[in-house]
Ligand binder design. Structure first.
Ligand SMILES: C=C(O[C@H]1C=CC=C(C(=O)O)[C@@H]1O)C(=O)O
Length: 429
């Protein structure tokens, strides 16, 4: 059966139109929020023209085939022609092959901004009118409780990982995470979290896909035409009384433990990305990025894709994301052993935390970050919270653990990372 053709229409928005003048995040309706915004530019979307739920080790391959198929359903009328124009899918992939559900959503309406150009894309009969403005609702009081892995359990898991690595010649790094449950007295309005995260972390990618909301500083892979780019992060320090940001940066740069954590992550990305590229530039020395809650070691990697492979679909963004995920920023070294140990030591379902999150268009362009500094809104509200009409949200944070890690410091580091979402949830200015 020939699928029905849907028209995806993209046109430029002009000054004077509120959809052009307002910040992207201010355009979002209260429900079905999709976002990928950095420094005010990016994409926001709503409505569902198509959706895929997928799981298992072949989730990326299935998602890739599904998206190629969807793209054939569209008759594209694109008067702008920038990456992100025409139909796009927002995607949020599970960290693990099992358990975990991944999701792709093709919104009915997307408003995008790139290089100072604002546009709108509508699919089918979707209304291009801005949704009725609905005030952003604060979530009321926020209380916290243990998630699937308590802080005490996390400390024990880190100590066990250290012990295993000290005894092994082969296992070098395991990135362990834990979760924290936040219960709000009022229903969580996704936009509240997005606005606060974007205001406090403008250089991060503020994302929302199917209830996973966050602001990640880590870019897993971006593809524009034949160019690819990644920003690998690993190695962290956090503010301490009596230490200036410059002192912290110098301490981080000089830390052998953090430098080795970082080197594993960069190498894992570079090794997996190299086969797709005719040219790949990986700086020898990391740089420092400074956020409010933490400073990280960062390496910006840039590559040029093999043009012959592009014709065969071998360099489709989802296939490359499949190859590079998980880097040793969220998995470990060697990857397969580390991922197995993560499952055993954490004993929790990471869901889509630490998985690839982002968007892709019909021309092969797109951006995927690593879903860090994020919260998952639980589908089934907690009984108590539900009775009061609140929401339950699962926050995550993890740390790269190496043989000379100190479990107490890793617990403190995870706390510093959790602050990003905690403070956004609490509305701390
Ligand atoms: C796993 C997380 O951070 C990663 C990214 C940056 C620095 C990291 C670190 O220093 O351990 C982690 O590899 C997280 O934020 O949950």
């Amino acid at each position: 059966m020939t699928p029905r053709l849907l028209t995806a229409r993209t046109r430029r928005l002009e000054p004077g139109d509120p959809r052009c003048d307002l910040p992207l995040l201010d355009l979002l309706p209260a429900e079905g929020v999709l976002s990928w915004v950095r420094d005010g530019a990016g994409l926001v979307g709503w409505g569902t023209a198509a959706r895929l739920d997928v799981s298992g080790p072949d989730r990326f391959t299935h998602a890739d085939a599904w998206w190629q198929h969807q793209c054939q359903r569209f008759e594209v009328v694109d008067a702008v022609g920038l990456p992100g124009c025409g139909p796009v899918a927002f995607a949020s992939m599970a960290f693990a092959d099992d358990p975990g559900q991944s999701v792709l959503v093709v919104p009915e309406v997307v408003i995008g901004e790139r290089d100072g150009v604002r546009w709108i894309t509508t699919i089918g009969d979707a209304s291009a009118e801005p949704p009725q403005p609905q005030p952003v609702r604060p979530p009321g009081t926020v209380s916290y409780s243990d998630g699937q892995l308590s802080t005490t359990g996390y400390r024990q898991a880190v100590a066990e990982a250290v012990r295993l690595m000290q005894q092994s010649d082969d296992l070098h790094k395991i990135v362990l995470a834990h979760d924290l449950l936040a219960t709000t007295s009022e229903p969580l309005d996704t936009r509240f979290l997005l606005h606060n995260l974007a205001a406090r972390y403008p250089t991060c990618w503020t994302f929302a896909v199917d209830g996973l909301i966050g602001a990640t500083p880590e870019l897993l892979l971006e593809r524009v035409g034949y160019e690819v780019r990644s920003r690998v992060l690993a190695g962290t320090i956090w503010p301490r009384d009596g230490h200036t940001p410059d002192q912290l940066a110098a301490e981080l740069m000089a830390s052998a433990k953090n430098r080795s954590e970082h080197a594993y992550a960069t190498e894992s990305l570079a090794v997996q990305l190299q086969p797709f590229c005719s040219d790949l530039v990986v700086p020898n020395e990391p740089e420092i990025i400074r956020l409010r809650n933490v400073l990280h070691l960062a390496t910006n990697v840039e590559g040029k894709l093999r043009e012959d492979d592009a014709a065969t679909g071998a360099t489709s963004l989802l296939r490359m994301v499949d190859a590079v995920h998980p880097t040793a920023a969220v998995g470990g070294t060697p990857t397969d052993d580390a991922v197995r140990m993560i499952g055993q030591l954490e004993g929790m379902d990471r869901g889509r935390y630490a998985g690839p999150v982002g968007w892709l268009d019909g021309s092969g362009n797109g951006e995927f970050g690593v879903a860090l500094r994020c919260a998952q809104v639980e589908a089934a509200a907690l009984e108590g919270a539900h009775e009061r009409g609140g929401s339950r949200v699962r926050l995550f944070a993890g740390c790269g653990v190496v043989a000379d890690s100190d479990p107490d410091l890793e617990v403190a580091e995870a706390e510093a990372k959790l602050l990003a979402v905690r403070e956004a949830l609490e509305g701390v200015r």
